[in-house]
Write a protein that binds this ligand. Structure first.
Ligand code: UN1
Length: 501
């Protein structure tokens, strides 16, 4: 790789990171990335292809033995340094992230913080990585299970948490002893590159973590199909997730999928409505509604529906749109023009099925907003559970309000979607809380809080169409990124036959 450089960019052109070197795509192709709030050019990024994927996977494969044999506490020490460097660079990375992805600065800081949290958490796991020691059924024989890395893993990550999600995936994979090829979303390569710079500065050995920028078709699928990639961790849309799973299945590869959500907040008649309004606004319009965990359905009990709707209308219509770096901004842009069109297309769907647009329902284009992909925070009233806006993931600042009569009905409506990521209930009734904890069929349940804000030490993921049963973060991540090995040591000095003697 003669064109490899020691710096990650030159003159606004950024590179891949392969085998410890910053390097352009082999054929030199690039694509531009722009600030979704004002269209400004962020930089040029490699538009990589199969040959770049091949190089990165080969580098990761070469590095695997050295990394697997590095004691896990030593791998952890590198992650501690990653955490410390991320903390040191938090503000700079958060600002880059806001420019690239659009979320308001305070949330971009949270995104980086999640990476810091994961670095420290997984670094600590380097001193644990617990296996199991069990008694053998035969005398003078030891039996135990140990966790081993799988090999080269591909991490394919979305644009909505451009530091946090690459951190969740790569850090868990790395502490377990795997080597990694990271493919970031085409809308957010720079945030991932900043993360990889931190790893490089923290001393990650060459080839252990590689970055290949490009599209899903040109980089993502070649990674999934590559015979030397043993496992794939994917977060993104349901359609692409299914494609990844089908392709990987033909090679019997392990896949974890974190896909859509249609998350709901239930508000009962006895709830603290002030608190509920705060939780709803934060969960539905934070990150411009572009979290997998975002609340897109409000399931409200009849007695407080009108009151809650009025309070929400007052709050939501005052939310200020703008660049995420401006302190006055409550809600940033959506990620790109096609996403904004998709969100807007749901307005005709909603009204066509009889819902009412209470506020928003259109792109925002006044003044400076005209240069970006802004969409007005939208409340849809009179939604019923069968309507498409109550069932399909919109992934934008749109909240559908559904009225119900009872707790049982609320839970049934919550559970009756093809997704099952996050749900929440606001109530003061201790019995209702217990029933909700038991019967809400989602991977994450909140009591008297919104649907967003999962912490990294607990398993993250969902039921039904949200995924394929695996969990990220917490110890669930280590389940995915390790292979169990059962070891029997017979020190009896004679042949002992299990199940026979
Ligand atoms: C996502 O939207 O895919 O729980 C991740 C949350 C964040 C992570 C969201 N900690 O909202």
């Amino acid at each position: 790789m003669s064109s490899a450089a020691s710096r990650s960019s030159a003159n606004g052109v950024y590179y891949n990171y392969i085998g410890g070197e910053w390097t352009p795509a082999a054929d030199g192709r690039t694509s531009e990335n722009h600030d979704p709030a004002n269209g400004e050019l962020i930089g040029q990024f490699p538009r990589s292809a199969q040959v770049d994927v091949d190089r990165a996977v080969a580098a990761a494969k070469v590095a695997f033995d050295g990394w697997r044999l590095t004691p896990a506490p030593k791998r952890g020490e590198i992650l501690y340094r990653v955490g410390a460097l991320l903390a040191e660079r938090k503000e700079e990375i958060a600002r880059t992230l806001t420019r690239e992805m659009g979320k308001v600065l305070v949330e971009a800081r949270g995104d980086v913080q999640e990476g810091i949290d994961m670095a420290y958490y997984m670094a600590g796991e380097g001193r644990r990585l617990f296996g199991s020691i069990v008694p053998s059924e035969l005398p003078n024989k030891a039996a135990y299970g140990v966790r081993e890395p799988i090999g080269v893993v591909a991490c394919i990550t979305p644009w909505n948490f451009p530091v946090a999600i690459p951190s969740w995936k790569t850090m868990a994979a790395l502490i377990a002893g795997n080597t990694v090829v990271l493919k970031p979303a085409t809308d957010t390569p720079l945030s991932a590159l900043k993360l990889v710079e931190v790893f490089a500065d923290a001393g990650i050995p060459d080839g252990v973590l590689n970055l290949v920028c490009g599209t899903g078709a040109e980089v993502g699928m070649p990674l999934v199909n590559h015979p030397d990639v043993a496992a794939i961790s994917f977060t993104g849309s349901n359609d692409v997730g299914r494609e990844v799973n089908v392709a990987a299945a033909s090679q019997l590869k392990r896949v974890t999928l974190e896909l859509g959500g249609k998350n709901a907040i239930i508000v009962m008649d006895d709830a603290d409505l002030d608190l509920a309004v705060d939780g709803i606004v934060w969960s539905a319009f934070g990150t411009t509604g572009q979290r997998c965990t975002a609340c897109s359905r409000l399931i409200v009990q009849r007695g407080v529906r009108a009151d809650l709707e009025e309070r929400l209308l007052a709050r939501v219509s005052k939310l200020r749109l703008g660049h995420g770096l401006a302190e006055t901004t409550d809600v940033g842009p959506v990620i790109n023009a096609s996403q904004r069109e998709r969100i807007h297309s749901y307005m005709a769907v909603a009204t066509g099925e009889g819902a009412r647009i209470l506020c928003g329902g259109e792109p925002a284009q006044e003044g400076d907003l005209e240069r970006g992909n802004f969409y007005r925070p939208t409340l849809l009233g009179g939604v019923t559970p069968e309507m498409r806006v109550a069932r399909e993931e919109i992934f934008g600042p749109v909240l559908s309000i559904i009225e119900v009569g009872t707790l049982e009905e609320a839970i049934a409506v919550n559970n009756n979607t093809k997704y099952g990521l996050s749900s929440s209930i606001f109530t003061r009734d201790a019995n209702a809380v217990e029933i909700a904890k038991r019967d809400l069929a989602t991977g994450i349940v909140y009591i008297n809080a919104g649907t967003i804000g999962a912490e990294i030490q607990l398993p993250f993921g969902g039921t039904r169409g949200t995924g394929n049963g695996h969990r990220e973060a917490g110890l669930g991540a280590l389940e995915f990124f390790t292979e169990w090995k059962a070891i029997y040591v017979d020190f009896s000095g004679r042949l002992q036959r299990a199940q026979i003697d």
